[in-house]
Design a protein around this ligand. Structure first.
Ligand SMILES: [Fe+2]
Length: 75
């Protein structure tokens, strides 16, 4: 499951990079995932839920969904 979510996010990040020059996966989200997992281990949170949430936390930005609204709410 996580592999498929990550694969999807990398795919849309690569497409977004062709238009914007910024790759969300390479420059931001992969680091967020590592920090989120470190924190999750400290508090014994569900690692799968945390990892999927971290991967997708900026999905609205990458997909340019409803850009006049807060991306964290849309995502
Ligand atoms: Fe972010």
């Amino acid at each position: 499951m996580i592999d498929k979510v990550q694969e999807y996010f990398i795919e849309i990040s690569n497409k977004h990079e062709k238009k914007s020059g910024y790759n969300y996966w390479d420059n931001h989200v992969k680091y967020v995932v590592q920090i989120a997992l470190d924190l999750a281990r400290e508090v014994q949170a569900d690692l799968e839920i945390v990892e999927i949430s971290a991967i997708l936390h900026d999905v609205a930005k990458v997909l340019e969904l409803r850009e006049n609204e807060s991306h964290n709410v849309v995502g």
